[in-house]
Ligand binder design. Structure first.
Ligand code: DX5
Ligand code: ZN
Length: 216
């Protein structure tokens, strides 16, 4: 499976979003972290910002909903036209229904798992999924340190999905320093915020990540 790089806009300069988006036009996706202050102890941005990003940017959007009961807002987020809409396993009581609805809306369905959340439940919804996001930090903030025990979880996830056409996305503390081991463990989709936007040349940083994936 082709590897994909998804810069997280949370680490961009919010007073100059257009300028920062221009620096990552060579990315495969733009990652948008929506935080509600309840599911995670932080509030980020919501629909108006995502709509504005959609208007100024031609890179497909990858929306990560860190909100309680995300099923309440699927139609509104889908209407913006992202490629992927990801909900948290822990935040959606009727997960299978939520995933089905996302797909009905014509969007790829993603599920994110907090570091302590086991993979097991996913076994029964694999057919309803396009992306599994393994959180490699506790969600809520950018710039945190990657949790090394998540490497085993990525390997287990790879084993669980076998040849199914599902992307394994990693989110949190991802950088050029750990990209090779993440790739080796089985990740195919790499979210990185502070590493990319903190780089002197974000575009070159993305190309370097790609070349580690053998696709430079
Ligand atoms: C954390 C978010 C991440 C975050 C990653 O809750 O889901 O997407 O922006 O930031 P870095 O790459 O700086 O860890
Ligand atoms: Zn995220």
């Amino acid at each position: 499976m082709r590897i994909r790089i998804s810069p997280s806009l949370l680490a961009a300069d919010f007073s100059n979003l257009r300028g920062d988006l221009e620096k990552v036009q060579n990315a495969d996706l733009i990652h948008l972290d929506v935080m509600d202050g309840t599911y995670v102890p932080n509030i980020s941005f919501g629909l108006p910002v995502i709509k504005a990003v959609k208007r100024t940017c031609s890179v497909p959007l990858d929306v990560h909903l860190m909100i309680e009961r995300p099923e309440r807002y699927l139609e509104e987020f889908a209407a913006v036209g992202p490629e992927i809409l990801t909900v948290h396993y822990e935040a959606s009581t009727h997960l299978q229904r939520t995933l089905q609805r996302i797909r009905e809306l014509g969007i790829k369905a993603g599920v994110a798992l907090n570091p302590h959340t086991p993979l097991e439940g996913l076994k029964y919804v694999l057919e309803d999924l396009d992306v599994i996001m393994i959180m490699t930090v506790n969600p809520g903030f950018g710039g945190q340190k990657f949790i090394p025990s998540m490497l085993d979880k990525i390997r287990d996830c790879r084993e669980l999905i076998g040849d199914a056409p599902i992307e394994i996305q990693v989110d949190g503390g991802v950088s050029l320093d750990n990209m090779a081991i993440l790739l080796e463990a089985g990740a195919t989709n790499f979210v990185a915020g502070s590493a990319i936007f903190g780089a002197e040349n974000p575009q070159a940083y993305i190309e370097n990540m790609r070349s580690i994936g053998g696709q430079g």
